[in-house]
Design a protein. Structure first.
Length: 239
């Protein structure tokens, strides 16, 4: 699944690169441009992360997670230790993507004063709650030698499935609210630009909602030793 995620990201990057050079690189620096670049190239970090996972060696895998800010299983001292690396990077990626959605809704509202107050408050509330749900889950995640060392050297084992499920449910509810409010406010518009925004936005929303549903199903249906093996790749697709 990691190969599918990285291939799709690379294909999308190459396909849209000429348009990016023409429109984004020549534009003035502002918040939207910064968010675009952060969303666009955040997967570079995850790509390097997967390079380490391709090496079927527990020590190399452990070192890779030290480089990325976490700790992994030590083959010379086989004591599981907690890490939050995956949770933190995933939350940052999702937050960057959702920030673009919030800014787009604010722009389409005509920069309404009500939206100017409401949208930042909702964004902060969702992100703080998401971190609170992920933090204890990360603290109860154990990193063990992989049962499939030919594919991945070490594997996080989730210890708090309910919190992880609530996290994905929260993100899906937030995305659903944004799409519903936007469609309700602009359902009568005939502007081609607005129509394009919402057409692409709905496709993006369906992709995010679908990935959240897949994560929830995997977390609830697979055994603890295997659920994060697939869920972490689906999360990367969501970013």
């Amino acid at each position: 699944m990691k190969d599918i995620a990285l291939t799709a990201a690379a294909a999308d990057w190459l396909h849209s690169l000429p348009f990016e050079i023409e429109v984004i690189w020549t534009a003035k620096w502002n918040l939207v441009k910064i968010l675009y670049i952060l969303n666009r190239y955040f997967l570079a970090d995850m790509s390097l992360y997967y390079v380490y996972l391709e090496l079927a060696d527990v020590e190399t895998c452990r070192i890779s997670f030290i480089i990325f800010g976490g700790e992994r299983f030590d083959e010379f001292l086989p004591i599981p230790r907690p890490t939050q690396t995956i949770q933190v990077t995933a939350l940052i990626g999702v937050a960057l993507a959702e920030m673009v959605i919030f800014l787009r809704l604010y722009a389409l509202s005509g920069q309404s004063p009500i939206y100017r107050i409401w949208l930042p408050l909702q964004f902060l509330a969702v992100q703080v709650t998401a971190y609170c749900l992920a933090e204890p889950d990360g603290g109860n995640t154990l990193d063990m030698p992989s049962p499939l060392p030919e594919y991945v050297a070490c594997l996080p084992v989730s210890g708090t499935i309910n919190l992880a499920t609530a996290l994905f449910g929260l993100l899906m509810a937030n995305e659903t609210t944004m799409v519903h409010v936007g469609l309700k406010k602009h359902r009568r518009t005939r502007s081609p630009l607005i129509t394009t925004f919402y057409r692409d936005g709905i496709v993006f929303f369906l992709a995010l909602a679908g990935s959240s549903i897949v994560n929830i199903v995997l977390l609830l249906s697979l055994p603890p030793s295997a659920n994060t093996m697939f869920a972490m790749y689906v999360t990367d697709c969501e970013e």
